[in-house]
Design a protein around this ligand. Structure first.
Ligand SMILES: Nc1ncnc2c1ncn2[C@@H]1O[C@H](COP(=O)(O)OP(=O)(O)O)[C@@H](O)[C@H]1O
Ligand SMILES: [Mg+2]
Length: 316
């Protein structure tokens, strides 16, 4: 697999378009009541993380219940991908507490489907989409399925077909994945992450290499997986606009701090101004969407968004 780093601008120049809250979404009080410490799929309390000698974020309080859709938002370099790594147990918190399915992070990774940031396939890659999906059951082995007994092999094949159908990829799953479009590849990767029936999906900017119609379609697919199949989703987004109508909750990260809650509570001029310590304005467009103006980028990585295709610099 040859990852191609594709730096993308947010859809809205100079700002970051963010959604109004989904009708019927939870407010913080309701969310706290529905996802108590015991039944939370994810629970963070006063969590902080330090990387390379500096605190990326701190004071993060968050509870995510079954079948809830949470977005992790914030400027480039603020530590969004790092948050997913914390949930996977790949990085410890330096303060506070993190629980995933009631246990320490890393202990329930077989119940988690994870899509890392910026993955795509070289056009000359001949492995079929269906084989990539199958890897979600075979623990990442390329090509050769594990020597399962016949019954397990049949069950595995049925599950692969099932998730391929769920993501709407049946038409192209037998094509070499390198010849599939970005949206098709993304659906196949989501199917791969779903193959082992995870309770929690961690998706790192799964929309960022897609055109607008594909962003909406894949966002709707993820919303369906979350709300209909009961899979909790934590999705990192640079532009949260495409997930406008699907979100239950957001975690907005700023250098050092964080705000969590329903989108309509967190994405306000007052909350973001307090969070960033600099004037940030949230405007409501005529179609009901919110546009954030004045959100500072993290200086150390500000230029990453302007890297040309192929740069590995931001392929974290
Ligand atoms: N293993 C690491 N060692 C040192 N610095 C790191 C490491 N991982 C990430 N960083 C730094 O932490 C910051 C946040 O990274 P990341 O979580 O990838 O941000 P985001 O996903 O919000 O763009 C970046 O400045 C990055 O360079
Ligand atoms: Mg990232």
């Amino acid at each position: 697999m040859n990852p191609i780093a594709k730096a993308r601008e947010a859809v809205t120049p100079g700002g970051h378009t963010v959604p109004d809250r989904r009708s019927g979404g939870h407010d913080t009080a309701t969310a706290t009541a529905t996802a108590t410490a015991n039944d939370s799929v994810v629970a963070l309390r006063g969590a902080a993380v330090r990387v390379g000698g500096r605190t990326l974020w701190s004071g993060v309080d968050l509870r995510i219940g079954a079948g809830e859709f949470t977005a992790v938002l914030g400027p480039n370099g603020v530590g969004k991908s790092t948050m997913l790594k914390v949930l996977l147990g790949a990085l410890p918190v330096t303060a506070g507490e993190v629980r995933v399915r009631g246990a320490r992070p890393g202990q329930a990774n077989d119940r988690i489907g994870y899509l890392p940031q910026r993955r795509s396939f070289d056009a000359t890659l001949h492995i079929r989409g269906i084989d990539v999906v199958r890897m979600g059951l075979d623990g990442g082995r390329w090509g050769v399925p594990l020597p399962f007994p016949n019954t397990r092999r049949r069950a595995a094949r049925a599950r692969v077909d099932e998730v391929i159908e769920l993501v709407g990829a049946s038409r192209y799953a037998h094509r070499p994945i390198g010849q599939c479009s970005g949206g098709e590849q993304q659906r196949l990767l989501i199917a791969q992450a779903l193959a082992s029936r995870p309770e929690l999906l961690l998706l790192d900017e799964p929309l960022d290499s897609l055109d607008l119609p594909n962003q909406s379609a894949v966002a709707a697919l993820i919303g369906r997986i979350c709300h209909r199949e009961g899979v909790s989703v934590v999705m990192v987004a640079h532009d949260v606009n495409p997930i406008l109508h699907h979100l239950d909750r957001v975690v907005y990260l700023a250098r050092g701090g964080a705000a969590t809650g329903a989108p309509g509570e967190v994405i306000t001029s007052g909350t973001l101004t307090r969070l960033y310590g600099t004037p940030v304005e949230v405007l409501r467009a005529s179609d009901g969407r919110l546009v954030v103006v004045g959100q500072p980028e993290t200086p150390a990585v500000h230029t990453d968004r302007h890297d040309t295709e192929g740069s590995e610099h931001d392929a974290r």
